[in-house]
Design a protein around this ligand. Sequence first.
Ligand code: GLU
Length: 308
Amino acid sequence: MRPDLQRRIPTAQAPGQGSGYVGRFAPSPTGPLHIGSLTTAVASYLHARQAGGEWLVRIEDIDPPREVAGASDRILTALEALELHWDRTVLYQSSRLEAYTQAARELFDAGLAYQCSCSRSQLRAEGAKRYPGSCRTRDAHSGPTALRVRVDDAGKSFVDNLQGIVRSTLYESTGDFVIVRRDGLPAYHLASALDDAFQGVTTIVRGVDLLDTTAAHRHLRKLLNLQDPHYLHLPVVVNARDQKLSKQTGARGVDIGIPAELAASALGYLGAPVPEELRGARPAQLWKWARRYWSIESLKGIRSIREH
Ligand code: GLU
């Protein structure tokens, strides 16, 4: 890790200062930053700054098998080049494993989570769209086990400030979901739900591709008595085949050679084309302009934006 990026990991994080708004950008270091994730970063940054709030960066590095060496540093270097300055120290999820284990144990001890020895291939062979609950009442297991949290069949809804009312029934969509994987690693849902609360995040601005995960995060926070934030799920940038830009769909990493152009491009995707007189201005100047003239409200109800 670059020494200047190796920021101190705080043991406890203070609640939001000033306006009380705390936002965050939480990339997974599974590849370089592409224009889609950069656009998300810019939207969450601008929204936080417009609210007079803090903006945090969290590196979601809890999946070593999927991690790409050097990706965290490259993401942070790109954010720095783009003058997207974050507050506090960067939180690396790999430093929080103990907290995830403790929360998982709490849920298990309270009977809210249970061990599951079903393998993926087994579940696939059963053709189950959601976890059918096979291990709910099983006591004896051979081989490695995952930990699943129980869900009930009550329909739930929440208001997303961009996408409107979102209804879900976890029981029908996922069934009891994994919070600790069979390889012992914490699952994204657990780490994300805990860390947003740990960091005192008040407002989550992220891609609409994660809209469906929100019900799981809310469920966990409810069971663990943690506060729930506000949500704004942004449209995602899609390629010509309507696929979300991602490593899987072959999205290229951004070229930070000319930060001003990159910043202008992200603003273009957010519906804020940079005026001619600001062409070539430093990213910080563009953010200042966008804080005055851009509104996240302009993205209401939009689910995707075509890459150009
Ligand atoms: N780490 C996730 C990703 O890179 C984002 C998680 C979130 O914003 O909640 O897709």
